[in-house]
Design a protein around this ligand. Structure first.
Ligand code: HEC
Ligand code: HEC
Ligand code: HEC
Ligand code: HEC
Ligand code: HEC
Ligand code: HEC
Length: 339
């Protein structure tokens, strides 16, 4: 045979083998082989290999932040224990409701239920704790700009946006328009914004402006980096949430307390004058927990604006700092309105 023929024959045999194997039925599977011997034990993971230690470590990172938080109203507030089950209150007063609601894109005005169990305004509320189990979990739940429910404007102040979801007014003066005479206001014992009006004051948008003839201007403090967080946590991100003098001195270099230039002391004296005028006209009265509006009182818009301003100053709680010029102008106009 020539070499060419040999090659052809070999090729034909290979093809035949393939065809025959393809046609034949497969035989039964052979028995399983014996298990191999166990390998040697791997090295035990060191604690430092666990991402947990990015937070749970000897620096006491969690413990230090917790110490400040515990003495703040977010950590020891009593309203949480009383209000968590109420759907009108739980968004702001129970941490578990807040984080579920933020994830669902709802706000305090459209909660369908309160919480089954209370939770403080805790680490898990503001941070994504135990999501990835790395230090990245200190990222904030939300930093998105907030469309204010009552104030109608949008607040966009960096990390402060987190806070504004709760620290916004629940009602304005317009909620108290008299049912029979729309030019008048009839107030209840709750003639106020609720204690959460900080952002409305910062933006200068509370609806007393028109009644008192005050032009509402946003605070110069919108320029503070991260707004609320800049003043209330400082560079150290202090979790007592108290206003930090170390932030004030970045701009007010000679400030020695948060009563910058004695501004808060002066404003408090004016508010005292307003209080005396309102008491004299029986527009407010001494209640069990401080001054209260006299329920059922019917007043014109200007007088209503003056009373509402008095409570706005009290509930904002900044003693003027949130929007110094605005609060000062409102208090001046309120005093003039009830003189
Ligand atoms: C982003 C930082 C961070 C990381 C990473 C982290 N934790 Fe935590 N852990 C926290 C914080 C904050 C708390 C809340 C402290 C509190 O409420 O007492 C907490 C609480 C706990 C608690 C107390 C019970 C509880 O749930 O409140 C345990 C147990 C725990 N962590 C275990 C772990 C383990 C295990 C890992 C890793 C798999 C881990 N953590 C990773 C921050 C972290
Ligand atoms: C889920 C709603 C919610 C969020 C978000 C929130 N707070 Fe609060 N905050 C509250 C409530 C409710 C209280 C009052 C608690 C009480 O007295 O029971 C409060 C109290 C405070 C107080 C008074 C502190 C004290 O110890 O007297 C300050 C200041 C404050 N918050 C600042 C902030 C800042 C700054 C942020 C953002 C980093 C923030 N809050 C985010 C609901 C919230
Ligand atoms: C939009 C968020 C929000 C809603 C909704 C809300 N609150 Fe509050 N509430 C706050 C904030 C913020 C504070 C604390 C502000 C501060 O410390 O200056 C507060 C403070 C209080 C306080 C004073 C707590 C103290 O320690 O002195 C009481 C009482 C209270 N709220 C009751 C209620 C009740 C009752 C409801 C429901 C009917 C409710 N709140 C709904 C945000 C809210
Ligand atoms: C009311 C909201 C709020 C609560 C409650 C809260 N934090 Fe924070 N935390 C913040 C904000 C805002 C920052 C600053 C974040 C920024 O600047 O990006 C911060 C920063 C931190 C940082 C620094 C993170 C970094 O990147 O350096 C740590 C650590 C921390 N928080 C731990 C905790 C622990 C632990 C708890 C519970 C005891 C807690 N926080 C509760 C709002 C909160
Ligand atoms: C210019 C700095 C500054 C900014 C910005 C600022 N605050 Fe304040 N805030 C203060 C000062 C000063 C006080 C007075 C009480 C104090 O000294 O702690 C105060 C008081 C408060 C109180 C009342 C505390 C109490 O003990 O009753 C709350 C609540 C509050 N701020 C929340 C906020 C929120 C929410 C924001 C953002 C919308 C904000 N603040 C922005 C400086 C600031
Ligand atoms: C980013 C810069 C900046 C920071 C930080 C800052 N402020 Fe201001 N503040 C201003 C500006 C701008 C004005 C308006 C111009 C002026 O009157 O000096 C102002 C005005 C004031 C006024 C009114 C002063 C007056 O006599 O009319 C007070 C009170 C005040 N700030 C308090 C504070 C407090 C308290 C802090 C810290 C918790 C603070 N500021 C942090 C920029 C800042």
């Amino acid at each position: 045979m020539t070499l060419k023929k040999v090659l052809l024959l070999v090729a034909a045999l290979i093809v035949a083998v393939f065809v025959l194997t393809a046609c034949g039925a497969p035989g039964p599977a052979g028995p399983a082989g014996p298990a191999g011997p166990a390998g040697p034990a791997g090295p035990a993971p060191a604690a430092t290999d666990l991402t947990c230690t990015q937070c749970h470590n000897a620096d006491g990172l969690v413990a230090v932040k917790m110490a400040g938080w515990e003495v703040s109203a977010h950590g020891d507030g009593t309203a949480m224990a009383e209000e968590y089950g109420n759907k009108s209150c739980a968004f702001c007063h129970s941490g578990n409701t807040f984080r579920t609601a933020i994830a669902a894109g709802t706000n305090f005005s459209n909660q369908e239920a309160g919480a089954a169990e209370p939770a403080r305004q805790d680490c898990y509320m503001c941070h994504n704790i135990h999501s990835t189990y790395t230090k990245d979990d200190f990222a904030l739940r939300t930093e998105a700009a907030v469309a204010l429910v009552v104030g109608k404007q949008t607040f966009d102040g960096g990390a402060g946006n987190l806070c504004v979801n709760c620290h916004q007014a629940r009602r304005y003066m317009a909620n108290f328009v008299d049912k029979t005479d729309a030019t008048k206001f009839t107030y209840t014992g709750r003639f106020n914004t609720h204690y959460s009006s900080q952002v409305d004051v910062m933006l200068g948008i509370v609806d007393v402006n028109a009644a008192l003839g005050v032009e509402g201007k946003a605070t110069p403090h919108m320029a503070v980096e991260e707004t609320c967080v800049g003043c209330h946590m400082g560079d150290a991100k202090n979790h007592t949430f108290k206003a930090e003098l170390s932030t004030c001195v970045k701009c007010h270099s000679d400030a020695t307390s948060t009563d910058v230039g004695g501004f808060s002391t002066e404003l408090a004296a004016k508010v005292k004058t307003l209080e005396e005028a309102l008491l004299a006209k029986k527009l407010i009265e001494q209640g069990a927990e401080g001054m209260a509006a006299v329920p059922g009182t019917q007043v014109d818009a200007k007088t209503a604006g003056a009373v509402f301003t008095y409570f706005l100053y009290e509930e904002d709680g900044s003693l003027g700092a949130h929007n110094p010029g605005y609060l000062n102008a409102l208090v001046d106009a309120a005093i003039a309105a009830v003189k």
